[in-house]
Write a protein that binds this ligand. Structure first.
Ligand SMILES: Nc1ncnc2c1ncn2[C@@H]1O[C@H](COP(=O)(O)OP(=O)(O)OP(=O)(O)O)[C@@H](O)[C@H]1O
Ligand SMILES: C[C@H](N)[C@H](N)CCCCCC(=O)O
Ligand SMILES: [Mg+2]
Length: 216
């Protein structure tokens, strides 16, 4: 079982959803490109927030999943193509194309489906090269219909299979049904916003709102 989690945008809850799925499915996690985080260095204080380790650290904390090392950790909280340019880093495409050899793996992109890895390669193009299905993470509120249908079209235009849409946010029955119906995609479930967000609250919510069988 291997799939990608991408989304309709950034900051929508892909990482928390990924943590919940890693725990529920007993899967490892890979974040090939992380921006907005300083790579942990020997002189950075352990608890310095900027070296908190980004999404991989969040997934490890919330799920205990095995984390595979990413290709790049870039300091500027920007699109990877720009964060790499500002850091004077050439994106290592062969490294990005080499998916970790884990039999059960969840891979998280950065931001939404058309975020540039480089100015010549978008994440959706990389997903197509990987040949893996995508779980599209989407919010439930106003604006999500066009964002979701746009992301679905962009993936389909590249022949990227879509396992379904996993929603994050408050209940909105008609938005969810509309996206499933017009987008011709399976609705995988909805993860509510959790307070507090803990490994236990996340595990309970995943069990209540998703079916592991939908991801196998
Ligand atoms: N279900 C949830 N319940 C409570 N808080 C959440 C939930 N999902 C996400 N959050 C919070 O919202 C913020 C953004 O979530 P997250 O980091 O998962 O977004 P993302 O889509 O992975 O962003 P990026 O594009 O940077 O990878 C974080 O502070 C996270 O803790
Ligand atoms: C910094 C942020 N948290 C993500 N890691 C990167 C999001 C890139 C978004 C690019 C864009 O769509 O404008
Ligand atoms: Mg994330």
């Amino acid at each position: 079982m291997k799939f990608v989690i991408s989304g309709t945008g950034t900051d929508i809850g892909k990482t928390v959803l990924a943590a919940g799925l890693c725990r529920m499915l007993g899967a490892d996690y890979w974040k090939p490109l992380q921006t907005g985080v300083l790579a942990a260095t020997e002189d950075a204080p352990e608890d310095a927030p900027e070296t908190a380790g980004g999404d991989a650290a969040t997934v490890a904390r919330l799920s205990g999943a095995r984390i595979w090392p990413g290709a790049h950790v870039l300091p500027q909280p920007l699109s990877p193509h720009r964060a790499a340019e500002l850091a004077g880093v050439d994106i290592d495409l062969p490294r990005l194309r080499a998916i970790p050899p884990s039999p059960r793996l969840i891979i998280e992109g950065a931001g939404g489906v058309l975020v540039p890895v480089t100015r010549q390669l978008l994440f959706a193009d990389l997903f197509a090269q990987w040949g893996l299905p995508v779980v599209l993470a989407a919010t439930t509120g106003l604006g999500t219909i066009s964002h979701s249908l746009t992301a679905i079209e962009a993936l389909r235009a590249r022949g990227v299979p879509i396992l379904g849409v996993a929603f994050i946010g408050a209940e909105d029955e008609d938005n969810v049904a509309t996206i499933g119906q017009i987008g011709r995609v399976r609705v995988l479930g909805r993860l509510p916003r959790l307070a507090p967000l803990t490994p236990e609250s996340l595990e309970r919510a995943m069990t209540a709102h998703f079916d592991a069988g939908d991801f196998e």
